[in-house]
Ligand binder design. Structure first.
Ligand SMILES: Cc1cc2nc3c(=O)[nH]c(=O)nc-3n(C[C@H](O)[C@H](O)[C@H](O)COP(=O)(O)OP(=O)(O)OC[C@H]3O[C@@H](n4cnc5c(N)ncnc54)[C@H](O)[C@@H]3O)c2cc1C
Length: 445
């Protein structure tokens, strides 16, 4: 056996991996290599066109077969078909398996043989299917020597996956350890401690009430079937477990939607949004990216993302709503920023959730449901812990002032050492004006 990973940045139709995902990939590859080393093998990592390298590798090594996991997007599938066809022509059989999802996305269909567009209906139909059990790792592995020629020409210099100057990854290193062992530890820890009150805990931004499995799932360090099986064993009768399972269901639905709707990452699926008059404002976009909008809960989320490569789900919804509604900036700008900065960046989940938040998707939160960031903060970060952690310059403010410093009395600001416009920005948009502008744009569609 030869285990190979190909980083293909050369095929233009495929979205390139973002910077945080590359950082994560570095750790994931070295961890996988360590595991294979313990079985007296190794991992071959190559860089270049997969369409060229995989058949070449098969030829050079006289491979009897080539195997991989199915990918989901039409462009990825077309590429996989081209690779299979080249292999076939040179006499090498190949096969692919569903590993990144629970089920083959063609299996869940409406009575009319169409694909579901609404999560609740999808999830109901999905749960009638049997999810195959995850396979145990093989007991014995037998490795072939690696081909020198390919190695010298196309070896991936894994160090290039890491940031050089400036080294922006210190917060990521302090927060995460990529790898299979850590993935299982996260799952066990979650099942032991947080699962039971996940229904409520998943919305509390100031504490760790969720599994933090997303980057492990996104990189394949743990498979959704392993997660599914662990939950089944725990018993889905527990309310927390069943809500958690439905979140795994949302992940599945995103991949299913990407499979059936390849336009998902690029086009607003709700047709009328094709004509939406999105604003272009480099200044507002940068303020949002840097967590300097002057709206504390939004800034807290954006700074958590920048520092750790991850953001709480509730905060993702708040910052997404703020960008697409209060700032009226196209959801694709938000999607692109998340894709570059999230360690769990996932083509399907990211695009589907952005379309959900922006209200442009098919099964999405309606556009006119515009989150009020202050109310969201008060509700889901009632003690202000999340804001104080990520926006420490406001930490001495108390009560509502922490959520709306622009409404605080001068002496309260002074006592807390806050000087608006100096130590912390004034809001870049008046919340009411931003809301009205968004509603105006929506009504004119
Ligand atoms: C604007 C926006 C962008 C997002 N982009 C991504 C992304 O690129 N990659 C990504 O994995 N998730 C994305 N999400 C979904 C969600 O925020 C994260 O999956 C979740 O916060 C990860 O933390 P966790 O592992 O602790 O989740 P938990 O609450 O513990 O959930 C367990 C798992 O279920 C899945 N899951 C949970 N919520 C969702 C959801 N809404 N949609 C799809 N899957 C879900 C994830 O795989 C997650 O690891 C996005 C959400 C929003 C609102």
């Amino acid at each position: 056996m030869i285990c190979v990973y190909v980083l293909d940045d050369e095929t233009p139709a495929l979205h390139a991996l973002g910077s945080a995902s590359r950082w994560w990939l570095h750790g994931a590859l070295s961890e996988l290599r360590n595991t294979l080393n313990r079985h007296h093998g190794t991992l071959l990592t190559l860089k270049g066109s997969a369409e060229k390298l995989i058949p070449q590798l098969a030829k050079d090594t006289g491979a009897e077969g080539v195997y991989w996991h199915h990918r989901l997007h039409q462009k990825e599938r077309e590429q996989d078909e081209r690779i299979a066809s080249t292999l076939n022509k040179q006499g090498t059989p190949s096969d692919a398996f569903w590993g990144t999802v629970l089920l083959d996305p063609t299996l869940v269909q409406t009575k009319e043989g169409r694909f579901y567009q609404v999560f609740t209906a999808f999830w109901k139909a999905f749960q009638k299917q049997d999810v195959p059990e995850p396979l145990d790792p093989p007991a014995h592995l037998s490795f072939s020597p690696l081909p020198d020629d390919l190695l010298s020409k196309y070896r991936l210099d894994e160090a290039t996956l890491l940031p050089a100057h400036p080294d922006w990854a210190s917060g990521l290193r302090a927060t995460w350890e990529p790898g299979e062992k850590e993935a299982h530890e996260h799952l066990e820890d979650f099942l032991r401690h947080d699962c039971v009150r996940y229904g409520k805990g998943r919305d509390e931004m100031g504490r760790e009430g969720t599994s933090r499995l997303s980057p492990y799932l996104a990189s394949g360090a743990i498979s959704p079937r392993q997660v599914w099986e662990a939950i089944q064993k725990k018993g889905v009768h527990d309310e927390g477990a069943s809500i958690f399972l439905s979140e795994i269901g949302w992940r599945e639905f995103a991949k299913y939607t990407l499979f059936h709707q390849p336009r998902l990452p690029d086009v607003s699926l709700g047709q009328k949004f094709g004509k939406m008059a999105w604003r272009t404002s480099e200044k507002d976009l940068i303020a949002w990216q840097q967590g300097r909008t002057g709206v504390p809960v939004v800034d807290a989320g954006m700074r958590q993302l920048w520092k750790t490569g991850w953001m709480h789900n509730r905060a993702r919804m708040i910052v997404g709503s703020f960008l697409t509604k209060h700032l009226l900036i196209d959801w694709r700008q938000g999607e692109a920023w998340f894709r570059d900065t999230l360690v769990d960046a996932d083509w399907a989940s990211n695009a589907m959730n952005w379309q959900w938040v922006a209200g442009t998707g098919i099964d999405a939160s309606p556009f006119f449901r515009i989150f009020n960031p202050t109310r969201q903060g008060v509700k889901f970060d009632p003690d202000g812990d999340y804001i104080r952690q990520w926006v420490p310059e406001l930490k001495k403010l108390s009560g509502k002032d922490l959520f709306e410093p622009w409404n605080a009395k001068e002496d309260e600001l002074e006592r807390a050492g806050v000087r608006l416009g100096r130590t912390y920005p004034r809001p870049i948009v008046d919340l009411k004006d931003g809301r009205d502008r968004a509603m105006g744009a929506f009504r004119s569609l």
